[in-house]
Design a protein around this ligand. Sequence first.
Ligand SMILES: [Fe+2]
Length: 334
Amino acid sequence: MRSLRWGEFAHTAIHKMATVKPGESLLILADTWTDMDIAEACLTAGMNAGALAQLLVIPRMAPTDTTEFNASITGAMVGADVIIGLCPTMFMEKDAIRQAREQGARVTATDVTGMEEFAIEGISNVDYELMDEIAVKIGKIWEKTRHCRVTSELGTDISFSLLGRPIDIGNGIVSEPGQSNFFPGVSVANAPIEDTINGKLVVDGNIPPGRLVKAPVVVTLESGVITDIEGGADAAALRAHFAQSGDPIATHLCHFTLGLNPRARTTGSVHQDEHVLGAITFGFGEQDPGFGGNVPECGVHCDLVLTTGTIECDGTVMCKDNVLNEDLGLGGLA
Ligand SMILES: [Fe+2]
């Protein structure tokens, strides 16, 4: 039955995520690993929306491939009003996309592989507006939080200040020129103040390169930087990951993220795992300038996901056991 629902996915992607308007030049971007049924469903939905829609299929590029796109691919991107990416190729950081966004293009993306059910249910069968409202409320609390503490039954105990740091809401929706985002959302994130970050994370969810741990990994941080990684084979793999990156900034904590989508499940797909309601993600390495943080430039980025935990903001519980505190106005997601 899932294949019958790609039309529903495509309609939501076109109208709700990319906010496509009649007459706009719409580029659907696929690569050689994209399921063409999905790409064609989006092309059809784009044409039905009255857009000047086209589908571009590029050779799939490995995540570590830093090659820029050639002139014809770049031309298609720079000429578009709106781009929807449906591929594992990590195109968002390419120079062509930077140029397209400078020209006003809106860009939103997903890679449904390995999270097909969530890709459909997470945008079509969920109260998206409520997720967005709650993300905004959480953001307002975080901006005033001097002491945020995250704990878990497995032993996580880390604290930091969030005071004054800007909020980033990842909802996948692009409605203004130059915006970029990923879907399905919604998550809310910011960058803890680096030198206030101290404690330990017991990671029981996703670790690089995007898989679930077999046993928890204990990560110790001092002043925002990883100083120790303990555990079994997964800890050794994580230590090797950072060592192979060759960049000492790769171990600097650069964002703190809370997942809000009640349709997301922990499966080993990093995008879905991060969006599980109440999942807590800590990012390391390359920091988006929008976070307004002080992490030095870095060429690599990775995420460590806790499947659950308790978040306290200046002594008030915001989230515990994957349930948001209704007393803070955060109830209703199901
Ligand atoms: Fe991240």
